[in-house]
Ligand binder design. Structure first.
Ligand code: SF4
Length: 386
């Protein structure tokens, strides 16, 4: 077998920061036995006003499975206390799909034969204009992870352009050093999303075969470097279904919790993606993470981190999303296209393939109507810049 880079050792260009949060997460991961929690532990956790780490573990444990209805009632009440009836809307904009990494579960991986594309400034502006017509005020800009094809300067320029059309702009790109995050902050980026995929270092090594993404600690500490670079918000996720989902959900929640404790002003968000089929590999699926398990994760997050936004993407179907926004989710995407340059219509020009298949293709009008039907209030943005 070919020698591969040591996934726990930083590359020379990668900034090293304190490991205290990573060490704590990995320690909790190793020391947690979810089978030791009882129904009493779960009921105690549900009944509490403020929940500790052990309560969070109980809510993720197998013992919580019979109590999803009780969790739903508690979760719904917490959501309404902290967010009222608001459900925030955004859409992702993929501006390139080049990637130098080999993640075995992703359609953008460097060895997957797909149509690659990258939008130039004019094409980005066209996409921004098309999306802005929907009335959305929040945009998440994404690329594959290729620092050579999509350097930070290119992404920064795209964000500056986006800010002319949108009130809130986030990025979901390759992890950066804190000075590069500071540059993006100057380009008026509001928040940074980085999916750790799995917090199991052994599994991580097996599925991230090539590229900078292979370096586990550099990815895990990305949110902290983003906050050091001045970002207002950071978002976290494990890709559920890659490894044991309870452990990955525990680590994701802990990661957000510990970083919030260290940086109290940070705005924290969590996403709950499950594996999806990709181009050239329709067999990829989220294995043992069914909809009940996914709901359990959403509600455990809500009860442990009441202040955090929870985002649910169009990887999930409309019925599930309509249910989840009542119970714990506070932010949803709409009018989604995961292809490159498709917001003007699929048949316009030379476009790039998408990262994965989506399940909910509702546009912004339909999504707003569904939110209202659920007795909730669609919100485009509630940020005011002074
Ligand atoms: S998951 Fe991200 S880094 Fe990995 S292949 Fe896909 S786009 Fe590239």
């Amino acid at each position: 077998m070919r020698d591969r880079t040591d996934h726990m050792r930083y590359l020379p260009s990668q900034e090293v920061i304190s490991h205290e949060i990573m060490d704590r997460i990995l320690g909790e991961r190793s020391n947690t036995d979810f089978t030791k929690f009882s129904s009493d532990d779960v009921l105690r956790a549900i009944g509490k006003e403020n929940r500790n780490i052990d309560d969070f573990k109980a809510l993720l444990s197998p013992a919580a499975a019979p109590f999803l209805e009780e969790m739903a009632q508690a979760s719904k009440a917490i959501k309404e206390r902290y967010f009222g009836k608001n459900i925030y809307l955004f859409t992702p904009l993929y501006i390139a799909n080049h990637c130098d990494n080999h993640c075995v579960y992703c359609g953008f991986n460097v060895h997957n034969s797909i149509k690659r594309a990258q939008l130039d400034e004019d094409a980005i502006i066209k996409e921004l204009e098309n999306i802005a017509k929907s009335g959305l005020q929040e945009l998440l800009i994404l690329t594959g992870e290729s620092q050579s094809k999509t350097p930070v300067s290119y992404i920064g320029r795209a964000c500056e352009l986006a800010k002319k059309y949108f009130n809130v702009v986030g990025v979901e790109i390759y992890p950066l050093n804190s000075d590069e995050y500071a540059f993006l902050h100057k380009c008026r980026v509001d928040y940074v999303t980085v999916f750790q995929e799995t917090y199991n270092p052994v599994k991580y090594e097996k599925i991230h075969l090539e590229g900078n993404k292979r370096i586990f600690p550099y990815r895990l500490n990305a949110q902290e470097r983003a906050l050091k670079g001045g970002m207002r918000g950071v978002a976290f996720a494990a890709l559920l279904g890659i490894d044991e989902w309870r452990s990955d959900a525990l680590c994701t929640g802990l990661h957000a919790y510990l970083l919030q404790a260290k940086y109290p002003a940070a705005e924290i968000s969590l996403s709950v993606p499950r594996l999806r089929p990709i181009i050239n590999n329709a067999k990829i699926n989220p294995k043992d993470v069914g909809e009940r398990e996914l709901l359990q994760v959403i509600m455990a997050y809500r009860m442990f981190l009441p202040f955090a936004n929870i985002t649910l993407s169009t990887r999930e179907n409309a019925h599930f999303r309509d249910n989840a926004i009542r119970l714990g989710v506070t932010k949803v995407s709409a009018g989604v296209s995961v292809g490159i340059g498709e917001h003007g219509g699929k048949n316009q020009g030379d476009k790039g393939d998408g990262q994965f298949e989506i399940s909910d293709s509702r546009d912004v009008v339909a999504m707003r109507a569904s939110i209202k039907n659920a007795g909730l209030v669609p919100v485009m943005s509630d940020y005011i810049y002074v």
